[in-house]
Write a protein that binds this ligand. Structure first.
Ligand code: ADP
Ligand code: MG
Length: 277
């Protein structure tokens, strides 16, 4: 291919990227990651449509968590690119990616178990979007500081209320049930008011009634325009709740489609039967 053709192709690709900006906020292109001899993520490309709940499924070891880590800057890819809202975010630090509105949930760290739910929430924005709140504070302007703190506190209560854990504000995070912890993890992520959330097995260890509540919250947020990419083990849960499903197997994308299409796929059935699920 001549240089000018390549250039023209690239310009066309950029133009189509621009067209799709907004419609497909997350675009993953040819991501690759090896660990020693293992290719955990092998030429993975997909996009996530704005305002959808998209599921990422696949047998154990398929490369789902590694893909999440590459997208959110926890790991650098060996090759490939990630774009968010039309901007290249490959190899940015996690907090820089969060600043741009793409966040993942984190398990509550051990140190934070000894803090209350409220304290956990007040700490959450640091290194994330809300850090702007602190950075923008001019030393000496006490009223400003107070106003910023009040705004943060107001947002904290709003989010706690949304997840119906406001009554647990003074409880130590370490005393929460598995499900309540998941709610707090989501609440912390949401505090920064992201555009898109990546959830890695958000229902693990959650009892059925809390799972239903968590799902209701996710659907409610989706209707408000948030976009979700969810890794989940429970195939039925993904099939019943997601509009789009991406299937990974042995580091590669096996298929992508609607739940009905994925369910009907021989390749998917084989991948699940062949591997440990
Ligand atoms: P999944 O989340 O789909 O279960 P992972 O992304 O966790 O899969 O893992 C994909 C493959 O990469 C597995 O074979 C796993 O053992 C390997 N892997 C993941 N992280 C590391 C790491 N930090 N070091 C070495 N191997 C890893
Ligand atoms: Mg995983």
């Amino acid at each position: 291919m001549s240089e000018t053709t390549e250039q023209a192709d690239r310009t066309a690709a950029e133009a189509s990227n621009a067209d799709e900006r907004g419609r497909y906020p997350l675009q993953v292109r040819n991501l690759k990651k090896t660990f020693g001899g293992i290719t955990a993520v092998d030429d993975v490309s997909f996009e996530v449509e704005e305002g959808t709940l998209t599921g990422l499924i696949g047998p154990n070891g398929a490369g789902k968590s590694t893909t999440f880590n590459l997208i959110t800057g926890m790991n650098d890819p060996d090759a490939g690119a990630v774009r968010f809202n039309g901007e290249e975010i490959t190899r940015l630090a996690s907090h820089e990616i969060a600043d741009r509105g793409l966040v993942r949930t984190f398990q509550i760290a051990r140190e934070l178990e000894e803090m209350t739910v409220l304290e956990n929430m007040m700490l959450a924005p640091k290194n994330q979007r809300g850090e702007k709140l602190w950075r923008s504070v001019v030393p000496g302007l006490r009223d400003d500081v107070r106003r910023q703190e009040e705004e943060l506190l107001e947002r904290v209560w709003e989010v706690l209320d949304f997840f119906e854990i406001d009554h647990l504000a003074e409880e130590y995070a370490g005393n929460l049930s598995g499900g309540q912890r998941k709610l707090l993890e989501m609440a912390r992520a949401l505090l920064t008011d992201p555009d898109m959330l990546l959830l890695d097995e958000p229902f693990a260890g959650v009892n059925p009634s809390l799972e239903r509540r968590l799902l209701e919250h996710i659907h409610e947020l989706r209707e408000d325009g948030y976009t979700f990419l969810i890794v989940e083990h429970d195939m039925d849960l993904i099939m019943n709740n997601c509009e789009r499903v991406i299937v990974m197997h042995q580091g590669k994308i096996l298929m992508e489609g609607t739940p009905a299409e994925v369910k009907a796929s021989e390749d998917v059935i084989e991948a699940y039967l062949g591997g440990e699920v």
